[in-house]
Design a protein around this ligand. Structure first.
Ligand SMILES: [Zn+2]
Ligand SMILES: [Zn+2]
Length: 330
């Protein structure tokens, strides 16, 4: 049984360039009603030593990660069983390294692919020339403290969509890239939701969710998207056949409500995007928990759900989106 839990998937402490201690990071995440946080310091795992059962008991589970920080791009590595050295990676040989991480059961994500590079942030812009996309599991398409407004997130989102259209299978995440607790308490913080087995939040279940594509991003309500075909239900990251199917969707506004409902975030409609184009839009009635189903003829490629509505005075803004369900030729 898969259950979705809310995470911050990109954070730093004083073990790299953050001002948080591991404990203060965990406290800050608990205040924001998260179910887990990924600790992803730059090129170091030294913070992991501070993750103790007592700390996790008092605050929340911590996912063991690292942010590869190179001249050619930043890469999130979540839950690898062994350390893969980043220092010899170049734009041309990156596949060898992602393959090694993937073989060690790690989940690999491209961090903030279009953030400004040098001289603003050396290596922040993604320049690795990936040939083997199967070893990259997700793209951080919403990044930074204000991901819904960050201009560099638009090309990141488009890059993800283009990769899907080329036939690659990749999930998408959000990361505040949290370095210090300078976010006011009423700062709006979108989250990455991971579908973990039996609701268990751990490094293992988080990396498995990322690798399997059981991932969605939301600025507000909890989202649900499944496809029913031949009497069987398939969730995010799964593959179904082309042809007749039923799209099942849900929007739950009772999830972490106090964390987003004071930001002028009002969900208005869900849209289905197949192979990059919007194929269906369903108006919401505004109920706290809403769900529906629609018969739909699928063709090969991929399909995801997007949530639109008002945000801070602007209409029809993207408020959340799922990773795809893939459609194979029947
Ligand atoms: Zn970075
Ligand atoms: Zn970072």
């Amino acid at each position: 049984m898969i259950e979705y839990k809310a995470f911050e998937m990109h954070s730093h402490t004083f073990h790299s360039d953050g001002t948080f201690s591991v404990e203060s990071l965990c406290q800050a995440c608990k205040v924001r009603e998260l179910d887990g946080v990924a600790l992803t310091d730059h090129n170091t795992m030294s913070g992991w030593e501070e993750i103790t059962p007592a700390l996790e008991e008092q605050t929340l589970p911590v996912i063991r990660g690292i942010e590869w920080t190179t001249f050619y791009g930043h890469m999130l590595v979540i839950g690898a069983d062994r350390y893969v050295d980043w220092r010899l990676a170049t734009p041309e040989n990156i596949d060898r390294f992602t393959e090694a991480i993937s073989a060690a059961n790690g989940a690999v994500g491209i961090a903030h692919p279009f953030s400004l590079g040098s001289p603003f942030c050396t290596g922040c812009h993604w320049e690795f020339r990936v040939k083997e996309w199967k070893n990259i599991h997700y793209v951080e398409v919403w990044s930074g403290p204000f991901p819904l407004f960050e201009p560099y997130n638009e090309p990141g989102f488009q890059m993800w969509t283009d990769l899907l259209n080329q036939g690659h299978r990749l999930a998408a995440s959000c990361g505040i890239d949290w370095h210090e607790n300078d976010l006011e308490e009423n700062h709006h913080m979108p989250v990455t939701c991971l579908g973990v087995e039996n609701g268990e939040v751990s490094t293992r279940t988080a990396r498995e969710a990322l690798r399997a594509g059981r991932v969605y991003v939301t600025g507000g309500p909890a989202l649900d998207f499944q496809i029913e075909q031949s009497g069987k239900r398939h969730g995010l990251g799964a593959a179904v056949n082309s042809g007749a199917a039923t799209l099942l969707w849900g929007v739950d506004q009772t999830a972490r409500t106090s964390q987003w409902n004071s930001f002028g975030l009002i969900p208005r409609r869900v849209a289905f995007i197949q192979n990059g184009g919007e194929v269906l839009s369903i108006e919401l009635s505004g109920q706290e928990k809403e769900k529906g189903q629609t018969a739909y003829e699928l063709w090969p490629g991929w399909i995801r759900l997007e949530l639109y509505g008002d945000y801070q005075g602007r209409a029809d803004q993207l408020l959340g989106f799922t990773s795809p369900i893939y459609v194979e030729k029947d």
